[in-house]
Write a protein that binds this ligand. Structure first.
Ligand code: TYD
Ligand code: MG
Length: 452
């Protein structure tokens, strides 16, 4: 049977029937790649579900007592997974090369191997390299089986003989399915190998962790095309210049996708950071204009982060607005509100916004800190370093209440802040923790005039 050719976007995973210069779904240029799908007969064999499970069944008769979770030994990873790894699931750990994916997965082996059989398949490193890394990480166990192999059928065969409870495949880009004509790392290879591993997970009850590399512009066929296939997608992020790493769930069939896990890359592997606020605020300049502390909810926990702004005279016809760690469109909107409602003339100024520590502030609660940081930089006057700010800003410059205010205030207090600025509207019921002064304001102009 002739194999069918389809085309995939490597950036968003959209399938198109023919090649196009631009992906119709996400609009990215030059990301469509050819993908030869295997003939129907063999692709039917490769659905993610085990054979024989296709009979319709009443929902009431589905047995759920089997959902078993086990701890991975890293509390931060367990939290992101929704309370531990789930048996029979396939977790994709994606991230830029060198960010620490292999380190993370090798590190959890020492806890996993206490009660489980773990098969670690690597197509990237030799046995010696893995052994050396394991020694460095303090992983000394007899239950860890290594296999340096890139051929998918060999990997599946080994899984058949060894019958591991956990299989780690590092990385999906190096695996190669012999039945597939395309080169390893291509969309069709990556999809075929993930499908086979998915079938192994669902069919034989193995928990599979798969590493997938992504690069900044998504040029390599990678995790984006796999997202819809797997149970859980974790992105491991961080900046090369910093030691901090953030693990984020982008998709999770067994838990929330809001949680983040924070790690620090140290000499002996990844160290958990149970107090991300302390880490994100460390080294914060005091008495410097253009910085303000924000409090964002990351899943169920409040996290403090420093927002910095630089407002400088522009050399361009159209002043520049740039934001890192904050949505640029939101930043542009807030600068317009600051100008029109806050009475600060930014027309002749470039504005740069940066959130320290690689955190992405996606919450409206960070609006007020962004406004205050920009106003502080414009006036070249520092905010009191014992003050944090929380609040959503509306288009008339009014401040609006945000969720989980009590929890946020406790975190602000715990980190030793003297005072917190919050919206007046909708917060009359809020009881601040003892010792934390609360400044309730209605409008950004009021906030700026009181604090600067
Ligand atoms: P690695 O896990 O190999 O990255 P990935 O699998 O995502 O490509 O991590 C590699 C980086 O981590 C490397 O630059 C060195 C650093 N590292 C440490 O700083 N400390 C350690 O204990 C280890 C094992 C690695
Ligand atoms: Mg690696």
């Amino acid at each position: 049977m002739k194999s069918k050719v389809t085309y995939f976007c490597t950036a968003c995973g959209n399938e198109t029937p023919r090649w196009q210069g631009r992906c119709p779904a996400c609009g990215a240029w030059n990301t469509i790649e050819e993908c030869k799908t295997a003939p129907a007969a063999s692709s039917a064999r490769r659905t993610g579900l085990p054979q024989g499970s296709r009979q319709p069944k009443p929902l009431s008769q589905v047995d759920v007592s089997r959902e078993v979770r086990f701890p991975t030994g890293l509390g931060e990873l367990d939290r992101v997974l929704g309370g531990g790894a789930v048996q029979d699931s396939l977790v994709l750990v994606a991230g830029a090369p060198g960010i620490g994916k292999s380190t993370l997965l090798l590190q959890i082996c020492s806890e996993l191997c206490r009660n489980l059989r773990v098969l670690y398949v690597s197509g990237e490193e030799s046995e010696t390299q893995i052994k050396l890394r394991a020694q460095r990480l303090g992983v000394t166990t007899d239950n860890l089986l290594l296999l340096c192999e890139t051929d998918l059928s060999q990997v599946l065969e080994a899984a058949e003989t060894v019958k591991p409870d956990v299989l780690i495949a590092d990385s999906v880009q190096t695996l190669c399915d012999g039945e597939n004509a395309s080169t390893p790392g291509s969309v069709s290879q990556v999809k075929a190998c993930t499908m086979a591993l998915m079938q192994l997970a669902k069919g034989s009850g193995v928990t599979v962790f798969v590493v997938g590399h992504v690069n900044k512009d998504g040029a390599i066929a990678g995790p984006r095309v796999l997202e819809h296939m797997v149970d859980c997608v974790l992105y491991f992020e961080g900046e090369a210049a910093h030691n901090y790493r953030i693990l984020r769930a982008v998709k999770n069939r067994f838990g929330s996708t809001n949680e983040i896990g924070v790690f620090e890359m140290a000499d002996h592997g990844l160290r958990e950071v149970p107090n991300p606020s302390e880490m994100l605020l460390s080294g914060r300049p005091t008495h410097a204009p253009g910085t303000c502390v924000a409090c964002a909810m990351e899943g169920s926990r409040p996290v403090l982060a420093e927002v910095q702004a630089l407002v400088s005279r522009t050399n361009f016809n159209v002043p520049r607005r740039m934001a890192d760690g904050f949505d640029i469109n939101r930043a542009v909107l807030l600068m317009a509100v600051l100008e029109k409602r806050g009475g600060i003339n930014l027309a002749g100024s470039d504005v740069y916004i940066n959130v320290i520590g690689g955190l992405q502030l996606t919450e409206p609660a960070a609006d007020l800190p962004v406004i205050l940081a920009a106003a502080s930089s414009f006036r070249d006057k520092a905010l009191d370093s014992g003050v944090a700010a929380i609040g959503e800003v509306g288009l008339t410059g009014e401040l609006r209440a945000v969720s989980h205010l009590g929890q946020r205030l406790s975190e602000v207090h715990r980190l030793g802040f003297r005072c917190c600025v919050i919206p007046r509207q909708g917060t009359s019921q809020v009881q601040p923790p003892e010792g934390l002064e609360i400044l309730r304001v209605r409008h950004i102009r009021e906030a700026i005039e009181t604090l600067l």
